[in-house]
Design a binder for this molecule. Sequence first.
Ligand SMILES: *Cc1c(COP(=O)(O)O)cnc(C)c1O
Length: 369
Amino acid sequence: MSEKQKKPVAVTRSSLPPLDEYVEMLKPLWESAWLTNMGDYHEQFKEQVKEYLGAENFELFVNGHMALELALQALELKGEVITTPFSFASTTHAIVRNGLKPVFCDINPLDYTLDVEQLEDRITDQTSAIVPVHVYGNFCDVERIEEIARRHNLKVVYDAAHAFGETLDGKGAARFGDMSMFSFHATKVFHSIEGGGVAFNDERLSRRLYELKNFGITGYESVEYVGVNGKMNEFQAAMGLCNLRHVDGEIEKRKNLARQYEKRLSGVEGIRLCKENLRVRKNYAYMPVVFDGYKRDRDWVFHELARYNIHARKYFYPCINSYACYREQFDERETPVAARISRQVLTLPLYADLDPEVVDKICDIILEE
Ligand SMILES: *Cc1c(COP(=O)(O)O)cnc(C)c1O
């Protein structure tokens, strides 16, 4: 069997532009000394990323979480918000930190997005919105969600943190629902070190989002909302501008590696990969593998890879509704599919510059007799 990796292989590795390219971008900042508060790079980045995503309107934020939290605040929601327990902590925290009550709906076992068959059963007269997640870049059933939301007069805010650059039938992820949040965190397919944005259809929300990320200040001598400091700075925007030039190439490299994993692992009894959706242009953000009745379980594979200095991640485990901060109020047994998948799923290393030999080695370890 192969040897232990000398350098640890992590589940992801941030992509970086050539250093010279970034340094060149910094020079004008030393001249203008304008470092944050919606500077030139902020405005350029906002325009370019909006175009790349095919968004109608777009606002930048210091990170994806703040983008989501302020998106929900901007909509002035009340009562209950239906969401998924199979996501990153941020999704539910953003709801709770707005004083709203999360209501967990289970996921479907094929692509791990909200199970739309159960969605309507979660709606009460208190429900004001749905926050679904395009988890691993798998598109939610956007048509059904839109139809249900319209019938019940609910807002839809997608957590699209994993869906940067993805399209459904050629239409960008930014175009669905009332709003979609994107994360530009260093570990994502595309990043601005930290950063995030909100795409939205109603142009009138522009101003509110802008004010909320700037302390709720609405004029020189007026503060109308309890806002925060959620502004993206110029160093982040400069990194975003650089990375945007390279992101297509990065996605192409990820695609080749994902195909390599698929060739080795698809069709193996007890191993499940995400079902390919031919309507979607994917970004290959993650490589989730579900071990369901395989000769080895998820935790065995996790530890075995670690012995070779290869560090996969249990994304997403545990489910949000069993976190210490939520388990007094919720029970993951109410979402049995999410609870089960969270114990079976392992996200394998995938990033643009991952050595294809390492992919082969990971597959050898998983498949070893
Ligand atoms: C990364 C992520 C976020 C939060 O984004 P940050 O930019 O890290 O604040 C929210 N939701 C999901 C699903 C994520 O993966």
